[in-house]
Design a binder for this molecule. Structure first.
Ligand code: ATP
Ligand code: MN
Length: 264
């Protein structure tokens, strides 16, 4: 059954009139190998995923789809491409030095990409538990990660970069993000490592931090540098939109818990 389903899928790709699961496959393009298609089918059989709908984002290393879950719930399905060799270099500096993942680094690219997906899922879970505003993580299987969809009817929410907000809204989000970085540091012991206006979504007046695969423990050799870069990105973005922002050193001392209050 499984293999024939998959073979039929590839026949559909060859334009033979054999539709297997229209809902699933009409949107899954040539980017996926058999193993990935199999992983998606597994999630459907498990009942985590009902259907995969439109593409939300097509990056070099991953694609994000809008999907439906049980009860018609909107889901975001992030699928890492396993064919990207470039990927390896970029990932290594966030895997080596992360005590959770650097004990046995796989040789094959596919296995490494699966480890990367697992790392993102674990990071999401830790952030979520610490009360950091991230989409709710739902599950990860092989190179597929399922989470809460931020947006509506398959239309994703704007990124912070794209949002058009009032000064009050920007100010509230800035403060919320500072609190999130602090919770991440003190409760989850993690540093995002790629925080910027491109990895924050804004929906219903609330912000959601996304793209957490590279997040590392505070014990990582580059932790200080990454934290500083995250804070610099955030403070300079909000300064640029007119928010009055405390000096970087004060923000840093606040998020690491050296001081218990931040004056705005
Ligand atoms: P990029 O290189 O484009 O940043 P990436 O591999 O880093 O891609 P993400 O940043 O996690 O992947 O996701 C890519 C895009 O998909 C985001 O910019 C956002 O537009 C969309 N996206 C990610 N997560 C969600 C979500 N939970 N709900 C809705 N849209 C999402
Ligand atoms: Mn991103």
């Amino acid at each position: 059954m499984e293999d024939s389903e998959i073979d039929s899928f590839f026949r559909v790709r060859d334009k033979e009139p054999r539709i297997v699961d229209k809902d699933l496959f009409e949107t899954v393009e040539e980017v996926f190998d058999k193993a990935t298609v199999q992983a998606i089918l597994k999630l459907m059989r498990r009942g985590v995923l009902r259907s995969l709908k439109g593409v939300v984002s097509a990056g070099k290393e991953s694609r994000v789809y809008w999907g439906k879950g049980p009860g018609g719930r909107d889901l975001a399905v992030k699928i890492y491409l396993t064919s990207s060799a470039e990927f390896r270099k970029g990932m290594m500096k966030y895997i080596i030095g992360d005590h959770r993942f650097d004990k046995s680094v796989p040789k094959s690219t596919r296995k490494l990409v699966i480890l990367w997906a697992k790392k993102e899922f674990n990071n999401f879970t830790e952030f979520y538990k610490a009360g950091v505003s991230v989409p709710e993580p739902i599950c990860q299987y092989e190179n597929v990660l399922v989470m809460e969809f931020v947006g509506e009817n398959g239309v994703r929410a704007p990124l912070l970069r794209e949002a058009d907000l009032t000064l009050e809204e920007y100010t509230a989000i800035f403060r919320g993000l500072v609190e999130d970085v602090r919770k991440a540091y003190l409760r989850a012991g993690l540093i995002h490592g790629d925080l910027s206006e491109y990895n924050v979504m804004v929906w219903n007046g609330r912000h959601y931090i996304i793209d957490v695969s590279q997040a590392v423990p505070v014990t990582h050799p580059n932790a200080a540098e990454l934290l500083l870069r995250d804070l610099r990105n955030i403070t300079s973005f909000f300064e640029g939109v007119g928010v009055s922002v405390p000096p970087l050193s004060k923000v840093l001392h606040y998020v690491t818990g050296e001081v218990s209050e931040l004056e705005y």
